[in-house]
Design a protein around this ligand. Structure first.
Ligand code: SF4
Ligand code: SF4
Length: 391
């Protein structure tokens, strides 16, 4: 039974007018250029679609706890009604507390397979936020192989207990890294998961799209994460920039074009784009309907070509072929954290945790990985570049 709807506020201030107020409150006028541009933006609204078998009518953009906090009210005002990974909040933000609880959806991410560990992690966050129930308990990319899904079942027992106690309604999982399509497929086939959040951008592999198609057939909701994967790098390439400008004009919204493209894959309900600042928020929400325009299709094709050559999609095809067992997908993901997300310290810490024999330094330059990579990526060059960034 669908239980979601738009924000319950009776009046919704135009987010442009509100933006000007918010901008005035910014210390040091941190984003004046962005806001000046935003004043030309027409007011936009999100589109609602059912999130798989949960029946919840979810906004096409899902927000995260780590968005800039003064965007919370803006997000509510444009109609965003799903907040993910909310354990990151020290307390429930006021704009969300003011809403009818049934009008918005949220999840708590869990990183333990153990029954008691998962249960306690969930409960700590739920109580901290003072919420009677959480819509979804979400495994946060802890499955490393498809077998983990059905072999390490403590998380299922924790979920069943929480559900029986009325503290959670649905089971979900976010997944990135190696063997993503195979792991998500195992989750769908297990029948336990109501919605998934795979890393899925403009250059998906056929396996990834097949997994999304299966989810669609089984009514498992798909919310694409890391949707801007490869876009940041593409923006730094003068040739791609020129081509995108040709299609979208100088002030074209890359974010909106990418979001609409990913939402056009059959089975994808929503996306979780990064919105670290006001400009990203405006770019990502600047959609008039969800159908990509011819210009956006052309622009995304240019971004996609670049992403295929430069951005690993973590399909895991190279995993079994490398004679050294190099953690190729993980290494390239950590490099993306550095380059695209400005998370160099975290990325270096993660890389340092890899066993020495699985790091890029142990690559023998044999080239086997490049022969199996479905994107024809120059994997060895990418590993060399990653090594420079991560050590
Ligand atoms: S080139 Fe390096 S990473 Fe690629 S298969 Fe050979 S040893 Fe493994
Ligand atoms: S390097 Fe290529 S084969 Fe390996 S995970 Fe990335 S996209 Fe897949």
């Amino acid at each position: 039974m669908p239980h979601g709807r738009g924000p319950s506020r009776l009046t919704r201030r135009g987010f442009i007018g509100r933006s000007a107020i918010a901008a005035g409150a910014l210390a040091g006028g941190a984003l004046p250029a962005a806001v000046a541009r935003a004043q030309d933006e027409p007011k936009k609204r999100v589109v609602y679609r059912p999130l798989g078998r949960t029946g919840f009518q979810v906004s096409h953009v899902v927000a995260a706890w780590d968005w800039n906090e003064w965007l919370y009210g803006e997000a509510v005002d444009v109609g965003i009604n799903y907040w993910h990974k909310i354990a990151g909040w020290p307390a429930l933000p006021d704009p969300i507390r003011a809403l009818d609880r049934e009008a918005w959806y949220c999840d708590i991410a869990i990183d333990s397979f153990e029954e008691d560990g998962a249960y306690e992690q969930f409960e700590w966050a739920r109580k901290n936020l003072g919420l009677e129930y959480i819509d979804a308990m979400k495994l946060h990319s802890i499955c490393k192989t498809p077998e983990d899904v059905t072999a390490k079942t403590g998380y299922l027992r924790a979920f069943d207990r929480l559900k029986a106690e009325g503290k959670v309604r649905h089971l979900a999982a976010a997944q990135h890294g190696a063997e993503l399509p195979a792991i998500c497929t195992a989750m769908i086939e297990s029948g336990h998961f109501d919605h998934l959040q795979p890393a899925l951008g403009v250059a998906p592999t056929p396996d990834l799209l097949k997994m999304v198609e299966l989810a669609n057939q089984r009514n498992v909701g798909i919310i694409a994460k890391k949707v801007m994967g490869g876009v940041n790098r593409a923006q730094q390439d003068a040739q791609v920039r020129a081509e995108v400008e040709k299609h979208l004009g100088k002030d074209g919204k890359w974010g909106a074009a990418v979001i609409k493209t990913v939402l056009s894959y059959p089975g994808v309900t929503a996306v979780t784009p990064r919105c670290a600042n006001y400009q990203q928020f405006v770019d990502n929400l600047s959609t008039e309907g969800l159908e990509p325009t011819p210009g956006e299709v052309g622009a995304v094709e240019a971004i996609r070509r670049h992403a295929r050559a430069e951005q690993c999609s973590y399909c895991g095809k190279c995993l079994g072929s490398c004679p050294q067992g190099i953690a190729i997908a993980d290494t390239l993901r950590y490099a993306t954290y550095c380059e695209a997300y400005g998370l160099a310290p975290q990325a270096r810490r993660l890389y340092a945790r890899l066993p020495h024999e699985r790091r890029a330094e142990a690559c023998r330059d044999c080239g086997t990985c490049e022969r199996v990579c479905p994107q024809d990526m120059e994997v060895r060059r990418k590993l060399r570049e990653a090594r420079v960034l991560l050590t």
